[in-house]
Design a protein around this ligand. Structure first.
Ligand SMILES: [Zn+2]
Ligand SMILES: [Zn+2]
Length: 134
């Protein structure tokens, strides 16, 4: 079942730039960190998506057209309604609208992704086991 609006999508309490990362503190207490280079690579605007697709299809040569990793930085972060942020990059690119939902899903902390992604599943199993036993 899919719904148009997911009431579970959290919103950020605080969005700050720390070093070369964008840090988001969510209202539910969760904290996420997004390295600039990763964020820029994930820019959802059409030209960036097209670039990324070409790069994926033809190898990494085309990536050279984009900003050099380690050099791009964030000038400004603005709010877009109550569902997203807009990032203004140091090279003037500002078409990328990052929705809160996407950002939260892209969180790379141990609890959200990585090899421990199965953690939630095993926890669920444990809960279910506990319930059957009791
Ligand atoms: Zn873009
Ligand atoms: Zn997380």
């Amino acid at each position: 079942m899919s719904r148009d609006v997911d009431p579970e999508v959290p919103s950020p309490r605080d969005v700050v730039v720390i070093g070369r990362e964008l840090a988001i503190a969510w209202v539910d207490g969760h904290e996420s960190y997004y390295p600039f280079d990763d964020l820029r690579r994930s820019c959802p605007c059409a030209p960036c998506r097209a670039e990324a697709e070409i790069a994926a299809r033809e190898g990494s040569l085309r990536v050279a057209r984009g900003p050099v990793p380690g050099e791009i930085s964030i000038l400004r972060v603005g709010a877009v309604g109550s569902y997203a942020i807009q990032i203004v990059w140091s090279d003037g690119h500002d078409d990328g609208i990052f929705s809160f939902e996407w950002l939260r899903r892209a969180c790379s902390c141990d609890g959200c992704s990585g090899p421990s992604g199965s953690k939630a599943a095993s926890e669920e199993t444990r809960l279910r086991d506990g319930r059957t036993r009791s």
